[in-house]
Design a protein around this ligand. Sequence first.
Ligand SMILES: *Cc1c(COP(=O)(O)O)cnc(C)c1O
Length: 375
Amino acid sequence: MFTRRLKEELKHIKSQNLYRERKILQKKIVNFSSNDYLGLSTDLHTKEKLCEQIDKLSLGSGASQLVSGYHKIQHELEKELADLKDTKKCIVVGSGYLANTGMLEALIKNEDTVLSDELNHASIIDGLRITKAEKIIYRHCDIEDLEKKIKNRKNKGQIFIVTDGVFSMEGDIAPLDKIYQISKKYDAVLIIDDAHATGIIGNGKGSLFHYGLKPDDMIIQMGTLSKAIGSYGGFICASDIVIDYLINKMRTLIFTTALSPVQNFISLSNLKIMKKEKFRRDYVLDKAKYIVDHLQKIGLNIHFKGTPIIPLIVGDESVALEIRDFLLENNIFVQAIRPPTVPKGTSRLRITVSYNQSEENIEKLISLLKIYYSA
Ligand SMILES: *Cc1c(COP(=O)(O)O)cnc(C)c1O
């Protein structure tokens, strides 16, 4: 019964062109689908330093942060992240997913209201699912809709506004200048998910800094170490009170083992490189604009949003898969992103630019897409 039920469901998924498999990319294939924007996941300097220091590092943290898993290297990493985000304090947790789900569950009470952009990341959606507060979804980056829905709220408690800084599947930057003003007008807590903004916009500091805004006690910046930083782990930067509260209340910090000191060492080393080597993000943004300019010339509906994420929306799942397979035959990988990751009818090729991609391979991607669309 049970196995048959699963089989039936998988068959249904396949019939809709929504079946997914994990793929190990061969070495010769150029990856245009990684979030390793700055190429730091393979950085030689960090590898060398890790080899030098490996004798001094525990391979595993050994326990939860609150028991004995909090090592010196994590403390240093947190100080470096707090410095990046101009906040008093920071906590590092297992992943960005754990940061969002745990933080939202800990901070938002039943009597509160939370407003969330309709295209926010799944980890925000899952975090909000756990809370019993009033949850309101506003239209993507729509300030008027946001304010209207704040005015129409039912609960009388604290207001929270949650938004991605850079939207992972669209590549656009949230209008934080306006959202910030709304948050001040209604005394709302502003939670920004800078998973894709950190290391890229605002001189690498993130979306708040992109708009020249300053953090304060009512702003929480979260992010991940697994994208532009090229490592693994999640973090939350905020005021000391917020961080002290989360250390005491956040279940995804308390009831799980701390990250390995080896992983935190990699994060810290890569973070320092990210801060110093501005040319990496300059390259990535230049090339993203270059790709868009060339694909617009052949009439594709594609836009540069100021980030390395370039969605080529084709709508139909089977078309997205066809283009993916055509590129792959030519040793270029661009993953087809389909529902439920993106809304129905908006299946797309999500092209991402990385410092690891040579100019030659960028030209190759452009000419292959030209060939596909002229055939
Ligand atoms: C990737 C991502 C996360 C989750 O981060 P992980 O460290 O991969 O768990 C959270 N929010 C957004 C917007 C993301 O793109």
